[in-house]
Design a protein around this ligand. Structure first.
Ligand code: FAD
Length: 802
């Protein structure tokens, strides 16, 4: 065993082996993997080996597509057999909602280049005659779905990695990981100590234990999972071709051919977390006792859907554990705040996702950033607020909902409320319908009278429509108030603060007393943040951006810190309210002795409001005349009391996130992770207007942004007015131009102010012109739409800036 290495991967399951292979593929050969036992000794050996591309998140679907495409390459490189069966798969829909979801997925696949197909019940029967189609409305067929040999595939990754120079050490448990003063790691193992520049935790079932060796908590949990293999079934072995995969979400089951019989697995509601207090080190190549009582209801359902099962005997029952993160996606990337420590954990579908996870991590380590937006799997999408007490119920919820319809407006109930602000009980008493972001309760809207305190999950306009309209009109016609808790907030201080901000941000850094908007770019020119920066005085800046991305942003700041600069995450220690609407200035003036009228658009001032010491910025994401009033949580209720009392005769109304997202559409403002994300560049999304090309600083991403400026982006973001009836654009719907799919939507919704359905999306820049007729496919129907360039509210900004 070597004693020094560039990378030490801990864990030889399918994920660790894929990471090792991809490191060699991208050019690092001084890499090693240490495995406690044999390869595949965690979840991997007993997996059912199924793979599929279907995933509600387009980046995850693309990652799964990459993984599936990789297997042939692996076989060619190594000469080994992965046991591939590309038999195709059908996901069934037995409710209109599920069919809506499948149609929306199919629509996304059009511009992703995936060759899926919507099938009617008769076509399903034709391809999978053993399915009882009673009550089935249709299905989605994916020719890429299939299964493989989990062990053969893992060994193929391992051989390909060895061919690229990697070393694999078996029967050697990692006992300690100790960081050294220079940032490298001392890996203490049963067979000696290795010094590694980088560590990758790919310890699967033991990822929590391996993380704890470096004092890191990984929010994941193992769950028990069962599948059955039947005896031989004549209808199967007498068939000319292999039976396709069938996922029956209504019955929480997946089914495929296994040899001359069938194999069926379940995501049952009465599921069970495993090894709650830690995975035993002695657990190895073993299975858990059968628990058929837990899947009894699912089996009965399956007998109705696949009657042939009732006649088939059960040959084997497999009950094994595997790990999930609270949202079911992997935890990948640099662990925030820990130098040279990387995560490749919580991969719950190793054979659909393992290849893409390996590629993503290797790109991140070697090239500094992944090629695709990887936020959906980034371990920084959770913050250090997360605890095992939160993770466990969320993982159970996720397992139970694995095959449930995922609605865009859905708020999942487990582990809530957890983080709340001082306003929680006040807003709750006012009828708040709550959502959750990054563990924090946020108001979606306020129900009134006998309106239900629950938003119906739907792909169409929900029961929040009337309340949202009310709140929008209150802002536009009077003044609205909304809590400022769900921004990521950072305090940047120090003598080098301005110089550092000029390097890390692409835009202009404001003078004292002023506020500026600026994109933050990756070295390759991708958007990794859209920030509001305000300067209270020289050397003291406040930054605001997305609340859910605060750990992601802080990680980037700390990785790039230089000189005398301190960055503090004050997201939860600074809160407040925004007030917006034509009467916002009057309301603020009633509550302070400061000269509100003298504040220009994009000014920032320290201000005492009522009794509270505040910082006030004049701007608003509603696109209206508005102020952001920041204070400490301890004085938030006093600030509320003074604003609320003073605003009564001005028509002051609280508003929530649903209204906010409608208001921003009036101005075509983009939103983080929708219009603005690492999938896009500043020029593509129009944020290049905030890049300060004239500043002398060599800001990160400058060369890439300048190159794009020279040649112009191939696609650009535009707004569209859509002839929609009861369902608006959500995201990722294809945009058809002259009968072909030429773009896709980034987000959309209903503008209650203009009473129009609005979408934003990217289309080829050379096709764009005001009034261009396009079609946008919403839930399987192509809707006429028109490119619009004039903002729906306050065009030219006289009210916002006036
Ligand atoms: C019953 C069942 C059916 C499944 N079916 C499918 C399916 O059809 N399709 C699909 O895609 N996925 C399926 N899965 C999930 C799949 O098995 C996992 O996604 C995958 O195995 C995760 O691989 P991994 O490499 O992350 O973890 P693991 O396989 O758990 O590997 C981790 C490795 O790390 C090693 N290790 C841990 N600690 C140390 C240490 N201190 N020192 C050295 N080595 C260490 C372990 O020995 C182990 O080999 C199924 C899982 C189960 C349980």
């Amino acid at each position: 065993m070597k004693t020094h290495t560039q990378v030490c991967v801990i864990g030889g399951g399918v994920v660790g082996c894929s990471v090792l292979y991809h490191l060699t593929k991208l050019g690092w050969s001084d890499v090693m993997l240490i495995e406690r036992s044999e390869l595949t000794s965690g979840s991997t050996w007993h997996a059912a080996g199924g793979f599929h591309t279907l995933n509600g998140d387009t980046n995850m679907a693309a990652l799964q597509g990459y993984t599936i495409g990789l297997y042939k390459e692996l076989e060619q490189i190594t000469g080994m057999n992965c046991g591939l069966h590309h038999v195709g798969g059908i996901t069934l829909a037995d409710t209109p909602e599920r069919f809506d979801m499948l149609k929306a997925e199919r629509a996304k696949h059009r511009y992703m280049g995936l060759d899926t197909e919507i099938l009617g019940p008769a076509e399903i029967k034709e391809r999978a005659e053993l399915v009882n189609i009673d009550g089935i409305l249709g299905g989605l067929y994916d020719p890429l779905d299939g299964h493989l040999d989990p062990s053969g595939t893992t060994h193929a990754y391992a051989r390909a990695a060895r061919m690229g120079g990697a070393e694999i050490v078996l029967h050697n448990r990692v006992l300690e990981t100790n960081q050294r003063a220079d940032g490298t790691w001392e890996i203490v193992t049963e067979k000696g100590t290795v010094i590694a520049e980088h560590v990758v935790n790919a310890a699967g079932l033991w990822a929590r234990e391996v993380g704890a060796m470096a004092d890191i908590y990984f929010p994941l949990h193992p769950m028990e999972h069962q599948y059955l293999v039947t005896d031989e079934i004549p209808e199967i072995y007498e068939r000319g071709t292999e039976f396709p995969h069938v996922i029956d979400p209504g019955g929480e089951s997946y089914l495929r051919q296994e040899g001359r019989g069938l194999c069926i697995g379940f995501y049952e509601k009465p599921c069970e977390p495993w090894a709650v207090d830690g995975t035993p080190w002695e657990f190895g190549h073993e299975l858990l006792p059968d628990k058929l009582d837990k899947v009894e209801a699912s089996i009965e359902f399956a007998y109705r859907r696949f009657p042939v099962l009732e006649r088939a005997g059960v040959k084997t029952v497999i009950n094994g554990p595997f790990t999930f993160a609270p949202d079911g996606n992997p935890l990948v990337g640099p662990v925030p705040g820990v130098r040279n420590y990387w995560s490749a954990c919580a991969v719950m579908a190793g054979f659909s996702q393992g290849g893409g996870v390996g590629l993503t991590l290797a790109q991140w380590m070697i090239e500094g950033e992944p090629a695709q937006n990887s936020f959906a799997l980034d371990c920084a999408r959770f913050g250090n607020w997360i605890t095992p007490g939160y993770t466990r119920p969320k993982v159970i919820e996720n397992y139970q909902n694995r095959f449930s319809v995922t609605y865009p407006n859905q708020e999942l109930p487990a582990a809530r409320p957890f983080k709340t602000t001082p306003m929680y009980d006040i807003f709750d008493g006012m009828g708040a319908v709550w959502g959750q972001q990054f563990g924090l309760e946020v108001v979606n809207y306020f129900a009134e009278g006998d309106e239900p305190r629950y938003e119906t999950p739907s792909f169409r306009r929900s029961n929040a429509f009337a309340a949202t309209a009310r709140e929008v009109m209150a802002v536009r016609n009077g003044v609205g108030i909304n809590e400022l808790q769900n921004f990521g907030k950072f305090k940047v201080t120090g003598t080098d603060a301005r110089a550092w901000l000029n390097r890390i941000m692409a835009g202009r850094i404001p003078a004292p007393g002023r506020v500026a908007l600026t994109p933050m770019l990756s070295p390759k020119g991708k958007l990794i943040g859209d920030f509001t920066v305000s300067c209270l005085r020289e050397g003291a800046f406040n930054l605001t951006a997305s609340y859910g991305s605060q750990a992601y942003h802080l990680r980037w700041f700390l990785q790039n810190l230089q000189g005398d600069v301190q960055v503090e995450n004050v997201s939860d220690t600074r809160t407040g309210f925004q007030i917006a609407g034509p009467k916002a200035a009057e309301l603020l003036a009633r509550c302070t002795r400061a000269d509100v009228a003298a504040m220009r658009f994009m000014d920032v001032r320290p201000m005492v409001v009522g009794m509270a010491d505040c910082v006030v910025q004049r701007l608003s994401y509603t696109g209206d005349l508005g102020y952001e009033i920041y204070c400490a949580p301890i004085s938030q209720r006093a600030l509320w009391a003074v604003l609320w009392a003073a605003g009564q005769d001005l028509g002051l109304r609280p508003f929530g996130m649903r209204a906010m997202m409608s208001l921003r559409l009036d101005k075509f403002f983009g939103a983080w992770l929708r219009e603005f994300s690492p999938d896009y560049t500043a020029a593509e999304t129009g944020l290049d207007r905030f890049i300060a090309f004239g500043k002398p600083d060599d800001f990160i991403g400058r060369a890439a942004a300048e190159a794009e400026r020279q040649k112009g982006p191939a696609r650009r973001l535009y707004a569209f007015e859509v002839e929609a009836e009861d369902a608006d654009v959500i995201a990722h719907e294809p945009i058809w131009i002259d009968g072909a799919v030429r773009g896709f939507c980034t987000s959309g919704g209903y503008s209650h102010w203009a009473q129009k359905s609005i979408a934003q999306g990217l289309i080829p820049a050379d096709l764009a012109q005001d009034g261009l007729s396009v079609e946008i496919e919403i839930l399987g129907r192509r809707r006429p739409a028109r490119l619009i360039t004039e903002q729906l509210f306050d065009a030219g900004d006289p009210r916002m800036r006036g």
